[in-house]
Write a protein that binds this ligand. Structure first.
Ligand code: SF4
Ligand code: SF4
Length: 320
C-alpha cells in the first residue's frame, strides 16, 4: 500500500536574516524528486526541505513511497517560498525535476514547466519486474528506450548524468544521491557550505568526506556542461536495453554477504523462486539449476549485493 506523508515547515527561528537571495525569495519554487525505493529520494527531499527552512523559507514537503522496499516508485514534492499553500506540485508546474532513475524521470516529465523547467536525471536504470515478463534467454525487457539525446532535446533545460558511475569512481556507489544534490545546487541560490552542513546531518558518520566530494563532483559537472553542452552526452551514456544473451550461457551469482540487509526483495521477487535466506538471514542461491540469469535480483537489490554473471559457454571453452 502506498504511504503518503505531508510536512509543513515554518522558517527556523532567526533564519530570516540569512535569506534574501534574489528571485528565490519571491515566487514559490517547486522541486520534484523521483526514483525507486532504496535510492535516496526521501534523503534528497529532506536535505532540500531542511536547507530551505534554515534559510528562512516556508516549506511544504509531501512524499509517496509505496513499494519503497520492493523497488517501486517513490516521489517527493518540495515547495518553498515566502508563503506556500499547497503541498503538491500541479502538472506542468515543477521548476526542477530530479530523477534518480532514468525511466522514472521520463514518467514524470509532464510535471515539468514546459518553457523553463530544469530536468536533472541519473541515467541509472532499475528495470521493474513488470518490464521483465519474458524472462527467457534472448528476450528483451520492456524498459523505456528513449535516449538522453532524444529527451534533452524536448525539455527547456536538461541534464543527464551517470551519477552512479561518478559515485563509484569516488569509491562509494551510495553517494550518487549526493552527486545529484550537487547538480541541483547549481540551480538554486544557496551557499555550498550551507548545503554541506545539512547533508552531513543525513549521511552516515564516517562518510562526510566522501559526500563532500560527491557534492562537489555534481556541482562541478553541471557547471562544466553548462559551459560546454557538447560534453554532456559524453558523460551520459545512452541507456542500454538489458538483453539476455543468446545461446548457451553459464550463470553464476556473486553475493556480497556484508552488503545484504535481509530486506527480502530478491527472495520474494525472484521469478524462479531460487533464492533463500541462510541461517544468518543472508541471501543465497538455493537452486542454481532453476536460475535463468534474468538479473532481476541484481537490478532490484537496493544494496548492490548481487551480481549475476552470464558467460556464453563458448567463452568458457576458449579460455579452458
Ligand atoms: S541481496 Fe539482501 S539486500 Fe539485496 S535484495 Fe536480496 S535480501 Fe535484499
Ligand atoms: S536468482 Fe536472480 S537471476 Fe536467477 S532467476 Fe532469480 S532473480 Fe533471476
Amino acid at each position: 500500500m502506498n504511504k503518503q506523508s505531508v510536512q509543513d515547515a515554518k522558517p527556523n527561528k532567526g533564519a530570516k536574516s540569512k535569506k534574501a537571495k534574489g528571485n528565490q525569495t519571491k515566487a514559490t519554487k517547486n522541486v520534484l524528486i523521483v526514483g525507486v525505493g532504496g535510492q535516496g529520494v526521501i534523503m534528497i527531499s529532506k536535505v532540500l526541505a531542511l536547507l530551505c527552512q534554515t534559510q528562512g523559507y516556508q516549506v511544504k514537503q509531501s512524499e509517496v513511497h509505496g513499494m519503497a522496499k520492493r523497488g517501486g516508485g517513490v516521489f517527493s514534492h518540495v515547495r518553498f517560498g515566502e508563503e506556500v499553500w499547497s503541498p503538491t506540485i500541479p502538472m506542468g508546474e515543477a521548476d526542477i525535476l530530479i530523477a534518480l532513475e532514468w525511466a522514472e524521470g521520463l514518467r514524470w516529465l509532464p510535471f515539468l514547466k514546459p518553457d523553463t523547467g530544469i530536468f536533472i536525471a541519473d541515467t541509472q536504470q532499475i528495470v521493474p519486474p513488470f518490464a521483465c515478463l519474458n524472462r527467457k534467454v534472448g528476450a528483451q525487457t520492456a524498459y523505456a528506450t528513449e535516449t538522453p539525446k532524444e529527451i534533452l532535446s524536448k525539455v527547456a533545460d536538461g541534464y543527464a548524468l551517470d551519477a552512479g558511475g561518478f559515485a563509484e569512481e569516488l569509491g562509494n556507489a551510495r553517494a550518487a544521491n549526493t552527486i545529484l544534490l550537487g547538480a541541483l545546487s547549481a540551480s538554486l541560490d544557496f551557499e555550498n557550505e550551507d548545503w554541506l552542513k545539512i547533508i552531513a546531518k543525513f549521511v552516515p558518520k564516517g562518510s562526510k568526506e566522501i559526500n563532500e566530494r560527491a557534492f562537489k563532483k555534481g556541482s562541478d559537472w553541471i557547471k562544466k556542461v553548462r559551459a560546454n553542452p557538447e560534453e554532456m552526452l559524453l558523460d551520459a551514456p545512452q541507456p542500454v536495453i538489458p538483453v539476455m544473451p543468446e545461446g548457451d550461457v553459464e550463470i553464476s551469482l556473486d553475493i556480497i554477504e556484508e552488503w545484504c540487509k535481509s530486506c527480502d526483495i530478491c527472495v520474494r521477487l525472484c521469478p524462479e523462486r531460487c533464492l533463500e535466506f541462510n541461517e544468518l538471514q543472508i541471501v543465497r542461491l538455493k537452486d542454481a539449476d532453476a536460475c535463468t540469469g534474468c538479473r532481476l535480483c541484481e537490478w532490484l537489490c537496493p544494496d548492490f549485493a548481487i551480481t549475476v554473471n552470464r558467460t556464453p559457454v563458448s567463452d568458457n571453452k576458449e579460455s579452458a
